[in-house]
Design a binder for this molecule. Sequence first.
Ligand code: OOG
Ligand code: MG
Length: 267
Amino acid sequence: MALTLTINQDDINTLCDRVEGAQEGAYAIQKLTDDYPSMTIDDGYAVQAELRKRYLAKGHQLVGWKAGLTSRAKMEQMGVHVPSIGFLTDKMTRTEDVGIKTSEMVHPRVECEVAFVTNKDLKGPNCTLLDVLAATDYVLPAVEIIDSRFSGFKFDLASVVADNGSSARFVTGKNKVNPQGLNLQKIGVVMKKNGQEIARGDSSAVLGNPAEAIAMLVNILAEQDEYLPAGSFVMSGGITEAFAVQPGDEITAEFEVLGNVSMTFVA
Ligand code: OOG
Ligand code: MG
């Protein structure tokens, strides 16, 4: 299987220049469909693949992938009703103990997610939840910091896919939990900003079970002739809506069973 494109390589390069410039320069751009109104989701993935190629050529390491727009809360917040995927590199990794710079981003937002680390290759197009569970080494709590490069954080699916699903940063907690015996369908989470609760939900919000989002991601990868190699880090998508952060903010996501993830933001 391969992508069906309506744009040519020159268009892909032009669109990738825009996204790459905005990501690296931390500035907002208009959504890509303003100039390319007939752009499709496949076209978006072709731009994303070009972006991945460019980052890897610059020495960034691919560490895994993320599923996005996998919960109703996220779909409604963004007005986009189809899940998407994006790639994750070592340059996006942040730790709990070092302040995360908002000046390197346009308008960052945080969202809490269940993350997976795999120990077997996963290949689509017929990857199932059971395949994902059989290939899961451990799960861990995560906060994704998303940063749409589009003005006002407003976009359509083709544009957000080209912008690598708004991927910017991510932080994981210290606990690694064996999926055996874990009820992945019902992991509660409370998100706090500066000590105040801002959201709560549970993992069933993500396609009924976050492992389902990983299966979906693997099947989308297959459409691009890609697979998920053993040892991948994969995020399953925000459980609740995402919240804007500013310098000085401290965020904690308190997950049942999986434990906490905390981080602070600095200018
Ligand atoms: C798109 C990325 C969505 C998620 O977890 O749903 C995402 C966006 O909302 O900007 O990462
Ligand atoms: Mg996310």
